[in-house]
Every structure is written in C-alpha cells, then in structure tokens.
Design a protein around this ligand. Structure first.
Ligand SMILES: [Mg+2]
Ligand SMILES: [Zn+2]
Length: 161
C-alpha cells in the first residue's frame, strides 16, 4: 500500500518561532490551531512527518538533546489529542560551517521520509513558513504550501485534498 503524507516544518508552523532559535522547553509554545489541523489531516488518512533545520546545533547554540526534547514535547502535546507524528527528521548542520544535503532547501530528509514510510509524493504536501520549505518539498515532487510564520489559518485544511 502506498501512503500519503503531510510534511510539516517545525519552528513557525508547529511551535511559535520568535525569529531566533527555539531550543528551550520553557520557551516552546504550540501554535493555536496546529493540533486541530493535524487531527483533520490525520483523519483524512495522511501520515504526519516533521522536517526541520536545526543549524544551531552546528553553531554550538544548543545540542541534539535540546532538539529532541522539544520534539518529544511536541509529540506528547499532539498525542493528548489523539494525533501522532510518525517521525521528526532534522538537519543539525549549518551551511556556513558544513556542507550537507539534508538542510532545507535540499531534499535528503524528505526523500528519506518518503522512502521509509512508502509515501507517494504526488499525493503529499509540505507546509512551511519559508520558501526553502516549499522548495525542499517541490524538489522531492511534493506540493509545497507556504504559510505566514506562526499563523495557522482555519482555511489551511481546505488546501489538503
Ligand atoms: Mg520555520
Ligand atoms: Zn544537514
């Protein structure tokens, strides 16, 4: 069976992005509307997969365990509403310090998600607040949707078939 998925950027789509790195649990707030949106998406039969750039690891601003603690918090908040995120993929590199293929707009992480979860890119979406998110999705054949940072509109669900 081939699956379909909605890929989500993390900071600015799931949790509030203060326009600096988010790595403290105490500063992590889930955006209004995102869990309700994710629940509807899940009910339509989509898998939910997060793809996030965490270049602050490479810069030494925070550690991989900080990234994972925020991911775990998000997962547990979603779980409370019966929503499950399949996996969080993150790129710990920063392009100023180390070349890689996993940092958006490059598409290695989304391609790994497509392969691992047997997802048809043509039936899938990438939702992000930056153009590099859209570009990443489209490189992998997934329809990109650009939203305004930190804004989950009630009509977003209408864009998901
Ligand atoms: Mg973002
Ligand atoms: Zn990377």
């Amino acid at each position: 069976m081939v699956n379909k998925a909605v890929f989500l950027d993390r900071d600015g789509v799931i949790n509030h992005d203060p326009d600096d790195y988010t790595y403290l649990l105490s500063e992590t707030t889930i955006l209004p509307g995102i869990i309700e949106f994710a629940k509807k998406v899940q009910e339509k039969g989509y898998l939910l997969i997060v793809i996030t750039n965490q270049g602050g690891v490479n810069k030494g601003r925070y550690t991989k365990s900080d990234v994972e603690a925020v991911n775990d918090f998000i997962q547990s908040e979603f779980n409370k509403s019966g929503v499950s995120i399949e996996e969080f993929f993150y790129c710990p590199h920063h392009n100023a310090l180390q070349a890689c293929l996993c940092r958006k707009p490059d598409s290695l992480l989304i391609e790994r998600g497509l392969y691992k979860y047997n997802v048809d890119p043509k039936k899938s979406y990438f939702i992000g607040d930056k153009w590099r998110d859209v570009e990443c999705g489209e490189k992998a054949g997934v329809k990109g949707i650009k939203i305004d940072v930190n804004v989950i509109s009630d009509s977003l669900i209408d864009l998901i078939a």
